[in-house]
Write a protein that binds this ligand. Sequence first.
Ligand SMILES: Nc1nc2c(ncn2[C@@H]2O[C@H](COP(=O)(O)OP(=O)(O)OP(=O)(O)O)[C@@H](O)[C@H]2O)c(=O)[nH]1
Ligand SMILES: [Mg+2]
Length: 210
Amino acid sequence: MTVSEKNNSRKMFPALTLAATAFTKGQLICPEAPQAALAGRSNVGKSSLINALAGRKSLAKVSAAPGKTRSANYYHIGETGAYLVDLPGYGYARCSRAERDRWAGLIQEYLKSTPGLRGLILLLDARLQPQKADLELLAFAASCSLVVLPVLTKTDKCSKKEAAACARAWGTHLDQGSLVLTSAKDRTGLEKVWEAVFTLCEIWPAAPAT
Ligand SMILES: Nc1nc2c(ncn2[C@@H]2O[C@H](COP(=O)(O)OP(=O)(O)OP(=O)(O)O)[C@@H](O)[C@H]2O)c(=O)[nH]1
Ligand SMILES: [Mg+2]
């Protein structure tokens, strides 16, 4: 992508602002409001993708150590009334059993009890074969009849060949054609993710003035 393409793509992105943080099921908000949520294993790059989508460095907290996001974080999408929601990661083996159960309970409750949820953006590491925890979440999403948008992350860290092999491996579990390849680092694929969010939430937000 050229510098001018990067600048143009930034201009079309709406602002994201933190609206609410839910550590417990009782703190989940706005179940009826249109929203799309980012889910994926710990460390896959959910919060980094939120920052890249917002064009901000530290809107969402990012860490090289897994288990950084411990709450469901709701972000306003511009002034549309719709939300983008950053969920805690799952499958992080090194935190306590109680903590893992709490996060899984929060994610499942959010997915089950949010009628406004228009789609789940499922983040998958472009360098890895499908993992058990990913397949479990995919099955859970199917049991809730959720639309899933699969997104490969960290494509800057692998070759095109590796990312294509990962996409093929996912082809037996989901519609390979709908996979979006992204990198929060070099800003690949962000327009496609935003377009999918706009379509899912049926919004066409005004871009912030630059
Ligand atoms: N090279 C590269 N690194 C990335 C990318 N996305 C995320 N990372 C790195 O991966 C690590 C984890 O990123 P996070 O965004 O915190 O991951 P997360 O999925 O929100 O993690 P939890 O909150 O623990 O569930 C950080 O060190 C990021 O800098 C990417 O596209 N490219
Ligand atoms: Mg996070």
